[in-house]
Design a protein around this ligand. Structure first.
Ligand code: SF4
Ligand code: SF4
Length: 121
């Protein structure tokens, strides 16, 4: 069964103030996607926003506030008004909140969104 695909535009939702980073590595320790972090430079941990899933865990351990969340609520609302397709990353348990509704979206971080056909029955 093949779904249709469409290109996705990911906005960064985590920012980094490099001058504040102490290289403590706590963000890597807590990050569920280890490989999105880069500690190759002494005293600095950068990250690849294309691999980051935006869970925000690193924000909670970054004492110097080198990492910060980017508030894109205004752009989100503007996109909603325009009817732009929006993908939400949600926990599996959300299925319990949509009784009888087939979850159709399968999301990957490869800038592609696969929309599966509606389930029958
Ligand atoms: S937790 Fe913050 S200060 Fe520590 S390495 Fe990560 S970004 Fe830098
Ligand atoms: S937001 Fe989550 S996935 Fe992204 S770098 Fe921080 S801990 Fe890792």
């Amino acid at each position: 069964m093949m779904g249709k695909t469409m290109e996705m535009d990911f906005r960064p939702i985590i920012g980094l103030k490099e001058d504040k980073c102490t290289g403590c590595l706590r963000c890597i320790r807590i990050c569920p996607v280890k490989m999105c972090n880069d500690a190759s430079k002494e005293g600095l941990v950068t990250f690849n926003g294309d691999l980051c899933i935006g869970c925000g865990e690193c924000l909670s351990v970054c004492d110097p506030k080198a990492r910060y969340g980017i508030d894109d609520f205004g752009e989100f609302m503007a996109d909603l008004k325009k009817g732009t397709g929006i993908v939400a990353i949600v926990p599996p348990a959300i299925a319990a909140s949509f009784d009888g509704t087939y979850l159709r979206l399968v999301m990957s971080r490869t800038r592609e969104c696969v929309i599966l056909p509606q389930a029958e029955g």
